[in-house]
Design a protein around this ligand. Sequence first.
Ligand code: GSH
Length: 216
Amino acid sequence: MAAIKVHGSPLSTATIRVLAAIYEKELDHEFVLVDMRVGEHKKEHFLSLNPFGQVPTFEDGDLNLFESRAITTYIAHEYADKGTQLIYKDSKKMAITSVWMEVEAQQYDQAASKLVWELAAKPVLLGMSSDTAIVEENEAKLAKVLDVYENRLAQSKYLGGDCFTLTDLHHLPTIHYLMGTQAKKLFDSRPHVNAWLADITARPAWLKVLALQKKQ
Ligand SMILES: N[C@@H](CCC(=O)N[C@@H](CS)C(=O)NCC(=O)O)C(=O)O
């Protein structure tokens, strides 16, 4: 039995963020499907893993974690010697990467996750209509963040520095869903953002995550 277990749903952005890190590190693991359609994530057993009732949760032996970005950060440190280096050893380089990790979580994701919900989850998965006002507001917010990314990526191959790191990886799930929506134009219209996106979405580890998602 694998020591690492990921409990989640392959449709969940936060779950596939963790799987992306696991595949980059080529770690043995077990994926435990949480059936969100029947509310399994709100049942007692799951709440003992994450009291907020959200996927994913993660086990590595006797360590239990939730919050996808905390999990990927643990994986990057604990398995530093395996697979892709997702963090820098140099503390100054890592500090800069951490800045952009915060930008992803505090600026980019605020708008991107709302757009995933309005433009991908509601119409495609739930048969509901999108709220146009929320879409417009968050497209404008995302455009401002992507203007900053465009400048950054004109000087740096990846957001965190010259190598692919957790910073870039954390964007993959929302980018994946937004590429199938009208919000794609926000990425397409910025050449450096577009080149960065083409690079990170073509990574073999990410393609494996998408193949797993299709199988489920
Ligand atoms: N900040 C959390 C967010 C987790 C999250 O929002 N998970 C969603 C699926 S992507 C979920 O479980 N939603 C169900 C709910 O909130 O009840 C993380 O990054 O792990």
